[in-house]
Design a protein around this ligand. Structure first.
Ligand code: ADP
Ligand code: MG
Length: 400
């Protein structure tokens, strides 16, 4: 299915103020942005709008403030980094609503960029409060959503605001939806899906969908222990979640043409630490006092081989506790296999992307998704509120 929402490319923006929802939810350490991937991902839309003579009002959330200002989660470091990337001054408004913004906003000329303060400082944001959405809409005459990473949330700045302004898809959002939808709707076969990580309950839902559309689903990370437990296998102190759902998935897999593949060996540690005692185990029983922290070498080889044979590869979730060097080999080998794969490769999930970056492989995959939760919901077949709220393609002339 082609992307069927109105694109920013077709918006009439010259001389107008455009409110752009971006996903600048980036990691910070000591008031510095430590990974600017998400900021760079929004640059094409920002540049396009500036070139076309729009004045930009950017809005994003950062972290999880509790509906009130939290200086540690100010957008100030983001404004600084964005300014460096654009080579222009990016002003920071102290808030997101009228009064906080209007003066600064009124002075914005074509090509100027104003970043609003963290929108989640407003309690109405996550409640999709109408008043807040209306206030945001008053700052501009066109709305563009480029925040794919937040598109699975029906919040004031991601969905509500679209009720008050002509709403367009940003370039990143459009590309994300197009690339991810292609994986499930018309993949080159065989389609191999590699799932891992720790957010098991979030991810088990997506397995159902993949059992229908994929040829192989390869499970690693903490995710495998729900499956082992469901089969009555000892899991020791491993992180176990979603046992019931995993059991259902195992049942469903028997009826499906898709092969559900689990690890056959593991790397164990005493505790979640780089200094802990480590041992490789041939087999997947985890003895008392140990936890599984990586897939074993035999499993990693098998997964790498399946990845190399696939026409399309989707990878979401590290194969182990890759942040800890002694338990990073499985994730590294999978990442390298994905990078070297001749098929189309798509990687999603914050930590999986961090792993790719850590191994210096991010340029060797076809699409790196900036949205973890949003990409999973889209792949699951759910509608994303931030996408649904946009004008349909062809509707733009009527509203603009
Ligand atoms: P992503 O962000 O790519 O979607 P998740 O957030 O689901 O991935 O999971 C990433 C985390 O999973 C990493 O911090 C990693 O340490 C952890 N993890 C992976 N395998 C294991 C395991 N066997 N035991 C404990 N934690 C694990
Ligand atoms: Mg994560």
């Amino acid at each position: 299915m082609a992307f069927d929402k109105a694109s920013v490319r077709d918006a009439e923006v010259k001389g107008r103020r455009v409110l752009v929802r971006v996903d600048f939810n980036v990691p910070l350490t000591d008031g510095e942005v430590t990974d600017d991937t998400r900021i760079r991902a929004a640059l094409p839309t920002i540049e396009l709008l500036r070139e076309r003579g729009a004045a930009l009002v950017l809005v994003s959330h950062l972290g999880r403030p509790k509906g009130e200002p939290d200086p540690a989660l100010s957008m100030a470091p983001v404004a600084k980094r964005l300014g460096e990337l654009l080579g222009t001054e990016v002003k920071l408004a102290p808030g997101v609503i009228e009064g906080d913004v209007d003066l600064t906003c009124g002075a914005l000329g074509p090509g100027d960029v104003l970043l609003l303060e963290n929108v989640r400082f407003e309690p109405g944001e996550t409640k999709n409060d109408r008043k807040l959405a209306e206030n945001l809409a008053q700052l501009a005459s066109v709305y563009v959503n480029d925040a794919f990473g937040a598109a699975h949330r029906a919040h004031a700045s991601t969905a509500g605001v679209a009720d008050y302004l002509p709403a367009y898809a940003g370039l990143l959002l459009e590309r994300e939806v197009t690339e991810l939808e292609r994986v499930v709707s018309s993949p080159q076969r065989p389609l191999a899906v590699v799932l891992g990580g720790a957010k098991v309950s979030d991810k088990v839902g997506v397995i159902d969908r993949f059992l229908e559309v994929a040829d192989k689903v390869l499970i690693g990370g903490a995710m495998c222990f729900g499956f082992f437990k469901a089969q009555g296998i000892e899991t020791g102190n491993s992180l176990v979640e979603g046992v019931e759902l995993a059991g259902e998935a195992l049942e469903r897999a028997k009826q499906s043409d898709c092969e559900l593949v689990l690890p056959t060996d593991l790397v164990l540690g005493r505790e979640f630490s780089a200094e802990t005692e480590r041992k490789e185990s041939d087999g997947v029983e985890v003895p008392e006092g140990w936890m599984g922290l990586d897939i074993g070498p035999r499993t990693a080889n098998a997964y790498a081989e399946a990845i190399g044979e696939a026409g399309t590869v989707l990878w979401n979730g590290p194969m182990g506790a890759f942040e800890l060097e002694p338990f990073s080999a499985g994730t590294r080998q999978v990442a390298q296999a994905v990078a070297a794969a001749p098929g189309t490769t798509v990687v999603g999930g914050g930590d999986s992307v961090a792993a790719l970056n850590r191994f210096g492989l991010e340029d060797q995959v076809d699409w790196v998704s900036t949205g973890g939760g949003a990409s999973l919901e889209l792949l699951e077949g759910k509608k994303l509120p931030g996408v649904e709220a946009l004008l349909d393609a062809g509707e733009e002339t009527a509203d603009a």
